[in-house]
Design a protein around this ligand. Structure first.
Ligand SMILES: C[S@@+](CC[C@H](N)C(=O)[O-])C[C@H]1O[C@@H](n2cnc3c(N)ncnc32)[C@H](O)[C@@H]1O
Length: 298
């Protein structure tokens, strides 16, 4: 952190106003975007500079850094690595999500895949369906999965499932674990599912609903960087959802990730990507079974 000499103190009392607008130079943006690419795989081309500098201004202000230069020196120091990297990725990652986003995927899962997957699992006694929501953001995707799977379980009581939901962003993970959403966010949830799987807030929680504990318990939330070499999961997954995540990665990073998904899928397991994403050049390992849904060949 910058030393607290009197010149800087004066500068900071001015900086507390909204006029505090340190400039991010092209060179500083390059240093920052290279770090973000190396550690989290996120590709930030030059047009993203304005977005990055405006999102990071709050961090500079909170840490009382007078410029991006001093902030970057701190970020790249051993102390910055320990204390600031998680804030940095929280600030720059994009977390847009929704309940029942790209709904056809959930329809395809419950109508076409679940009967098959459940049948296969039933043959191998004692096994449960394992699903991974990779890049789960604030939880809307894994809770949607949990509702779909719980509905299937209601019809087929012998069936069971477990969901692992991971993200790199601590803030959204905390929201996901809490499982409390305002009513507007819950608009895409069908009324009968809302009544069954959410508790209505009262008093100062009016206008919010919280996921019931029985559903929350079905999901294990974890912080995982998809760039890590080995995720360390004990068992393979039958289904992986990784939607609207790889869009921020370049092709080389995407391919490395697809190989890791392949290793973490059980034989004939399924990978769901976002609708604008696809598995280029992985035809030897995956076959397309529906729009942006792939089955692994093993
Ligand atoms: C746009 S959201 C998508 C959320 C959800 N899958 C959906 O489709 O609605 C992308 C998420 O990927 C996460 N993410 C980005 N890079 C990541 C990485 N290297 N490791 C883990 N998560 C990452 C972001 O933090 C963000 O929450």
């Amino acid at each position: 952190m910058p030393a607290g000499n009197s010149k800087k103190e004066v500068r900071w009392s001015e900086a507390e106003t909204d006029e505090f607008a340190p400039l991010l130079s092209d060179k500083e943006f390059h240093r920052l975007s290279s770090l973000i690419y190396d550690i989290w795989g996120i590709n930030l081309p030059p047009p993203k500079k304005t977005m990055v500098s405006s999102r990071l201004r709050k961090r500079l202000k909170a840490l009382r850094h007078p410029s991006f230069q001093t902030y970057l020196d701190y970020v790249l120091s051993p102390a910055g690595r320990q204390q600031e990297w998680s804030h940095l990725i929280d600030a720059v990652s994009t977390n847009k999500t929704d309940f029942f986003r790209e709904k056809v995927h959930f329809d395809f899962l419950s109508r076409n895949l679940l009967p098959r997957l459940a049948h296969d699992l039933r043959q191998s006694a004692g096994r449960i369906l394992r699903v991974w929501s990779a890049g789960c953001s604030s939880g809307q995707e894994p809770y949607t999965l949990a509702m779909v799977l719980a509905e299937y379980q209601n019809q087929n009581p012998w069936f069971s499932f477990a969901i692992t939901a991971t993200d790199i962003n601590n803030q959204v993970l905390e929201e996901a674990i809490r499982g409390t959403y305002d009513d507007e966010i819950l608009n895409p949830v069908p009324k009968f599912l809302l009544c069954k799987y959410f508790m209505k807030g009262k008093g100062n929680q009016a206008g919010y609903h919280r996921v019931v504990p029985e559903l929350r318990q079905r999901i294990c939330f974890q912080r995982v960087n998809l760039m890590d070499g080995n995720f360390g999961f004990k068992s393979a997954f039958n289904v992986i959802f990784c939607r609207n995540v790889i869009i921020y990665f370049d092709q080389q990073t995407q391919r490395q990730l697809f190989h890791k998904f392949y290793s973490n899928l059980s034989p004939n397991g399924f990978l769901f990507l976002g609708h604008s994403e696809n598995l280029h050049g992985m035809e030897d390992k995956f076959v397309k079974v529906a729009s942006s849904v792939y089955q692994c060949k093993k």
